[in-house]
Every structure is written in structure tokens, then in C-alpha cells.
Design a protein. Structure first.
Length: 329
């Protein structure tokens, strides 16, 4: 294990990694180490207790909040999106269901098509980011969700589909999306340091997200001011370890629902991974992981149930995590 820690140190130093790397095996923390700065301008270093944005990693929390509502009978996997939308988003087809949205098989057009993006540090939001603080405010960017292929025809990763899930969860339950994630996911998982934070009023423990390996420019003008169903929750490496323990122990949703969520539904086009309901899955192994990549954020938290091994790599600059992730496999 010491050799692996040394290898992580070498990669971190060579690539300018900024963030935290943590490895747990069979209930024991092998190492949890921080590099770089949470706030470069003020020289505040990252620490294992630093709060980091996770970008799309929080899609799994959206999926779990929705699945918890399914267990309570508030929603059903077969619930059509149209049944809760009323006159809103008229281009969403009648056969788009909760399950297809969870599986990225809805066929709706994405408001933020990652395949069409160039550099993640470009300014890509179609409305001013400070106007995206509530789920209902995202209706402005979801309006073009017409079908690009028939529902359930194939897999296509879709950010807008997960904001739509947040909207449907709010309307079905009468509870705000951020509160649903807190009460249905974070609390039962014991994730005491995990929450959605506004980028324009970050607390002292939160890392600023940087657009390059050096420099002071942050991502505050690039992303919604408050994350929503498709990403943006802040967490710590310790909380993410707690998440995996709680998820597979059935403390967030039942073991039967856990099995549903990690059952492969699709294979990514490149064939290197599969996808369930809200979770990335290994192509052949039992690997399950969360992944996020955005302006100022790069993140992976992976769990292998067969060996009770979890690693988390979270970085507060756009490309920071990937060399360390490649090392850890």
C-alpha cells in the first residue's frame, strides 16, 4: 500500500493535482491525502475535510431520491413525465417515463449536449447562471426537449433528463428537490457534510473550482449558481465512503431497489462501461462508480463490492482528477 501511496504522490506532483485522494478497503482507510489549494488567491490548502463540487457525480443522488419516492408510492418507474408536467415542456413525448429518464434512454433532446461541447471551460449555459437557482427556473432551458430518437431506442447520456427528474420529484412530492436529496439520501447515509451550495456564497471549507492547473480564474460564471438534478452537490471524500457503505447496506433504498439500480441497462458506445439507473457500471466487473466533469471540477468515486474497496479522487480544477484515476484503475 505504501508503494501505491508513493505512486499517487508522484502523479500528483507531476501533474499539479489539486484535490483529495482516498482509498478504503474492507472498512479500513488505507490513505486519505490532500494536495494543492482550495483557495489559491488566499493560499488556503485543500484538506481531507474540504468540500468539493462533484458535477455529474450527484446524478446518482437524484436517482436515489427518485427511487426513494418510488418505494414510498409517490412515483412509479412507469410514471409518464407528461402526467406531472401539465402544460409545461409540451415537446416531451407521452411515452417518456421515470425509468427511461433514469436510464438515459428517454430520447429527449439535451439542453447541454456533452457530445457537442468542446472545452468544458467554455461558457455554455444558455441563460445567465445566477437565474438557475431553483428547479422550476430550469424550465427556461428545458423548453427544447423534443425527441431526437424514439423513447427506449438506445442510450444517450442526458443532463436535461436528470433536471426533468428533479422537477417531476418536486411536483409529485410537493417538496423541493434539494430538500428531497437531503432528507432521502444524505441523512440516511450519514453524509453530514454533503449538500448543494451556491457558488457565489461558498463557505470557508469549500474549494473554489479552477479552470486551469494554475491561475486564479474560477468557474463561478460557468455553471448554475446552485446545482440541480444533473449535478453540483458538494461533498467530502469521507462522506462518499459513507455513501457507498449506506447504499449497499440498503439504508437509502432497499436492497431490492439497489439491485435494480446496478443492473446494467445499456452499454456506452465505446463499450468500456455500462449504465444502470443512475450509476456507471464496469463493462465486465462489478465496479460501480460516480463520475463528474465540468468547468473547475473532475471527480470519480468508485466501489468494488467483491473486494469491499472504495476510492475517491476529487479535484477542484477541470482536468485534475484523470491522471490519478488512471493510476488507480
Amino acid at each position: 500500500m505504501e508503494l501505491l501511496r508513493e505512486a499517487v504522490d508522484e502523479v500528483a506532483e507531476r501533474t499539479g493535482f489539486s484535490g483529495v485522494v482516498r482509498l478504503d478497503r474492507q472498512g479500513r482507510t488505507e490513505f486519505s491525502v490532500a494536495y494543492g489549494f482550495a483557495d489559491r488567491a488566499h493560499g488556503i490548502p485543500n484538506s481531507p475535510e474540504t468540500l468539493f463540487a462533484t458535477a455529474s457525480g450527484s446524478k446518482s443522488f437524484t436517482a436515489l431520491a427518485v427511487m426513494a419516492l418510488v418505494e414510498r408510492g409517490t412515483l412509479d418507474l412507469a410514471t409518464p413525465a407528461r402526467s406531472l408536467l401539465g402544460p409545461d415542456l409540451p415537446l416531451v413525448a407521452d411515452d417518456v417515463t421515470i425509468e427511461l429518464l433514469l436510464a438515459h434512454r428517454s430520447g429527449i433532446r439535451d439542453y447541454l449536449d456533452e457530445d457537442a461541447l468542446g472545452d468544458v471551460s467554455e461558457y455554455v449555459m444558455p441563460v445567465p447562471v445566477h437565474e438557475l437557482a431553483t428547479t422550476e427556473q430550469f424550465l427556461r432551458v428545458l423548453g427544447g426537449c423534443d425527441a431526437v430518437f424514439p423513447a427506449d431506442e438506445r442510450f444517450a447520456y442526458n443532463n436535461g433528463g436528470y433536471v426533468l427528474l428533479a422537477l417531476l420529484a418536486e411536483r409529485a412530492s410537493g417538496v423541493g428537490f434539494h430538500e428531497l436529496v437531503r432528507s432521502l439520501v444524505c441523512e440516511p447515509a450519514g453524509m453530514v457534510d454533503t449538500s448543494f451550495l451556491r457558488s457565489d456564497e461558498l463557505p470557508g471549507r469549500a474549494a473554489r473550482g479552477y479552470l486551469a492547473v494554475d491561475g486564479l480564474r474560477t468557474n463561478v460564471l460557468h455553471l448554475p449558481v446552485l446545482g440541480n438534478g444533473d449535478g453540483g452537490i458538494y461533498s467530502t471524500a469521507a462522506d462518499l465512503t459513507a455513501f457507498w457503505d449506506a447504499f449497499f447496506a440498503g439504508r437509502i433504498v432497499s436492497p431490492e431497489r439497489v439491485a435494480q439500480m446496478v443492473q446494467p441497462r445499456s452499454v456506452w458506445a465505446e463499450g468500456s462501461r455500462r449504465y444502470g439507473l443512475g450509476f456507471h457500471l464496469g463493462a465486465t466487473s462489478d465496479r460501480v462508480w460516480l463520475e463528474g466533469h465540468d468547468a473547475g471540477v473532475s471527480f470519480v468515486s468508485q466501489h468494488l463490492p467483491s473486494s469491499s474497496t472504495t476510492y475517491t479522487v476529487v479535484s477542484n480544477w477541470s482536468e485534475g482528477a484523470w491522471p490519478v484515476v488512471d493510476l488507480l484503475g
